[in-house]
Design a protein around this ligand. Structure first.
Ligand code: CA2
Length: 146
């Protein structure tokens, strides 16, 4: 698999609650769009969502084995809490983009810190679901140069 898209806790309920913050698009819509976008550029795209920190870590470990070349992740609230997911990214050494639907810097103080951002290639925050599309556009451009 070329690109793995990971979404963390509660993002499975996107489009059903707090539409003023997170919009009306569902995670299934976002995932389907990314698969199509990647495939149109000849890239294979896998998607994964979990509400459980350990499952995300297990999927990162599996990514090292299955040849994943890039990860797009919205870690949800684990962004602000998880040293364990940070350690997993450092261990697998797969380049990744961190995406947030909302602008985490325009919200509560505790959302301003990310355990992942300094390890990421880049961070997209506040562009709504378009942040995922922008990250995939970056990946397509990056791979076209390899
Ligand atoms: O803005 C983002 O994408 C976040 O990663 C979303 C997380 C939040 O903890 C981060 O600070 C920023 C929360 C996801 C909650 O997902 C919901 C889905 C539907 C309705 C309400 C929340």
């Amino acid at each position: 698999m070329d690109v793995l898209v990971i979404n963390g806790p509660n993002l499975n309920t996107l489009g059903t609650r707090e539409p003023e913050i997170y919009g009306a698009t569902t995670l299934a819509d976002i995932e389907a769009g990314l698969v199509t976008q990647g495939q149109s550029a000849g890239l294979s795209v896998a998607t994964f969502q979990s509400n459980h920190e350990g499952e995300i870590i297990d999927r990162l470990h599996a990514a090292r084995e299955d040849g994943t070349r890039f990860i797009i992740i919205n870690p949800g609230a684990f962004t602000h809490t998880s040293v364990a997911i940070r350690d997993a990214f450092a261990a697998v050494a797969i380049p990744f983009a961190e995406v947030h639907i909302s602008n985490v810097h325009a919200r509560e103080e505790f959302r301003k810190h990310s355990y992942l951002s300094d390890l990421a290639v880049g961070v997209l925050t506040g562009f709504g679901p378009d942040g995922y599309t922008m990250a995939m556009s970056y990946v397509i451009e990056r791979f076209s140069k390899e």
